[in-house]
Design a protein around this ligand. Sequence first.
Ligand SMILES: Cc1cc2nc3c(=O)[nH]c(=O)nc-3n(C[C@H](O)[C@H](O)[C@H](O)COP(=O)(O)O)c2cc1C
Length: 392
Amino acid sequence: MRFLSSGESHGKALAGIIDDFPSGVNIDIDFINNELKRRQSGYGRGKRMDIEKDKIEIISGIRHGKTSGSPISFLISNKDWENWKEKMSLEAKQINENDFEESAILNPRPGHADFGGFIKYRLNDIRDVIERSSARETAIRVAAGGFAKILLKAFDIYVYSFVEQIGQIKLNYEIAQNKLDENLFFLAENSDVRCPDEEISNKMKNEINTAIKNKDTIGGKFTLFVKGLPIGLGSYSQWDRRLDAKIAHAIISIPAIKAVEIGNGVLSSSLSGTNFHDEIFYNKKNGFYRKTNNCGGLEGGVTNGEDLIISAYMKPIPTTMTGLKTVNIKTKENEISLKERSDVCAVPAASVVGEAMLAIILCDALQDKFGRDNLSEILENFENYKKYIKNI
Ligand SMILES: Cc1cc2nc3c(=O)[nH]c(=O)nc-3n(C[C@H](O)[C@H](O)[C@H](O)COP(=O)(O)O)c2cc1C
């Protein structure tokens, strides 16, 4: 399974194409729309989220409720387009390559793709960069992730997330000691900041309020965990088949994610080998098992049957209400970057995007091992493999 997206933040619609999704999967569109709603919520979001009420419109790849194995294509409309029709018009305008339009944005925002993108594509207006580099595109990722989650559910595999840190406020828990369970996720679902602890949630909201008051922005950290993965997804045999590498790529591709951690990866650099590594045990009832999960379910780029645990670190939102120092590309004068009412903190939303990206990578890894074409066929192969493991 793979996907591509297209569309501008204030264009008519965003579009997605999912390729290599198996046939025979019943698609619950309400579930996908609810995933889109989850991405749009969270304390600290900007006004844009009040305008957009994302819904998916499926164009192809599904017939009578079931996938056919053909590419799935879909649209998500931008309601805000009504206010941007003129600015985003497709009609030709006469501007020479090195001329700049009167209304063009020419002061790149630090922390965005504005500077590199404007120069790279020889543009006349930074608006072109803003429109495509915007995190609005993550709506397509979440919709594609919705399809992936539906497929994973058929194998009893579930992807969860919760927010662990916003600004200076941190949830205190030890991955190795506290095995992650679904309850953490259900508690997070009921929190405005997707944090499972009510008291910490309130502190996180206060942290966001302080940032709003200071006309500033903040980042944080979220954690993803997956239950039900079989042993043996991914491979150690080539660098680009390692599942840890594929996951890190997918998660760091989310706008504003600056670091990805697998299990207790950060702590690992300061622990000794006897304290860090997860020793192997066996009993008749549970088969092979570990007492700790510092490695986050991945050893040598291969799943080991324990919960998969991935954390992502998000930088503060780059668009602030006071703007940041920059230079006008045309006049070379010092200026202040575009001041826009945008998100103050988007860590809760990013955690939903993280779930989606992880689900997509895991679907692909599952298809790599058990087949790509049809759900029943993949399920048969999966069940046979489970029997093989049981008989070891
Ligand atoms: C869900 C989500 C919402 C975001 N909202 C905003 C926003 O409102 N304003 C903004 O300046 N950046 C926002 N960002 C972050 C920028 O898109 C991102 O920092 C920018 O595209 C540059 O990419 P980079 O930080 O990965 O280098 C958001 C990111 C995510 C994941």
